[in-house]
Design a protein around this ligand. Sequence first.
Ligand SMILES: Nc1ncnc2c1ncn2[C@@H]1O[C@H](COP(=O)(O)OP(=O)(O)OP(=O)(O)O)[C@@H](O)[C@H]1O
Ligand SMILES: [Mg+2]
Length: 369
Amino acid sequence: MGDEAMLVVNDVHKSFGHVGALRGVSADIAKGELISFLGPSGCGKTTLMRIICGLTKPDAGEIILEGRVINDVPPDRRGIQMCFQNYALFPHLTVAGNISYGLQVHKWKKDKIKARVEELLHLVQLEGLGDRRIDEISGGQQQRVALARALALAPKVLLLDEPLSNLDANLRVHMRATLREIQRKVNITTIFVTHDQVEAMTISDRLVVMNQGAVEQVGSPVEIYEKPRNEFVAKFIGYVNMLQGVVKDTSDASRSAVIDTELGESEIALGDSRLSRGEKIYVIIRPEAIRLDIRKSTGPMNSFAGSIRSVMYAGSTVKYTVDVGGKDLIVDEYDPTTHGIRRMGERVVAEIPRNVHILRADSRTPVLT
Ligand SMILES: Nc1ncnc2c1ncn2[C@@H]1O[C@H](COP(=O)(O)OP(=O)(O)OP(=O)(O)O)[C@@H](O)[C@H]1O
Ligand SMILES: [Mg+2]
């Protein structure tokens, strides 16, 4: 992002006693961007947010806002607003009272406060509810009050730590869209924290995948899903089938390689990657990329005979476990009303695509394509 970066996190470290909560975290966040930090519980997401907004001091590293190091700037002077998971709304105040709280602390004039609150109620679609008490509105509405309150003083950066985790599944999906809409409208630089991969993928411009206090990969949702840098990222973002393999042959002319995999020989497209004969790799295949067929005979390459070992029906998808010569493949098929649902024990042929993602087997980290 270079010069355009609104916020830079530079090599931040933080330990609590023996626990290394953050072990050198760096990230650039562009102006107006919605970037999600995601990772398993305890990986350091909240600690990082608290350091960014100034509630926790880092042991080392810098937080840079618009080119200026703000490590020593107190939280209320940073222009960075954090919105907590439990909203931390004042239950004895009204909706308007909650939204205007910070404005009153900053000694705004009464009529200015009134106008700003109206504007914010409109923004979060809570017009007419200003006089309600917090316990008289729904969970989704409380979420919006928290958001309006966080936006009241027009911060430069908004930090949202698991903002939707208190909501039920349907409302959560709805609020994702609302949140993204409001974020775009206000064009506010936003850091979103979640451990829900789907949530992060659907609303973000970019994702930062964290694990044990370190960044594993930064990229767009498509990059992270299609080209995970390592095994951790591949497995954290949705399910992957990982096939062990050895490169049997490569062809420069057709930019392809033949891999001896656990299932048998597969031909794969090489793209920009370089493989040499004898190299050990992992072939990464998403469940929706494998096709099932009931043909009796297998093709010459990339199709393998197996049988259905388990069936999980989920409405728009059916998830199958397919036993191919002792190796389980997870396969998703869409639109079961058209294709029908396969039976347990049914013989199938599983087709592996030519375009797959590859990881080197030694460290399981460096990416090849
Ligand atoms: N004040 C503290 N004192 C001691 N240890 C702490 C403190 N805050 C966090 N930790 C530890 O630091 C690590 C990172 O915690 P953090 O709350 O940042 O994780 P998280 O990614 O936000 O997890 P979750 O998804 O569960 O919210 C954990 O091992 C946690 O136990
Ligand atoms: Mg947390």
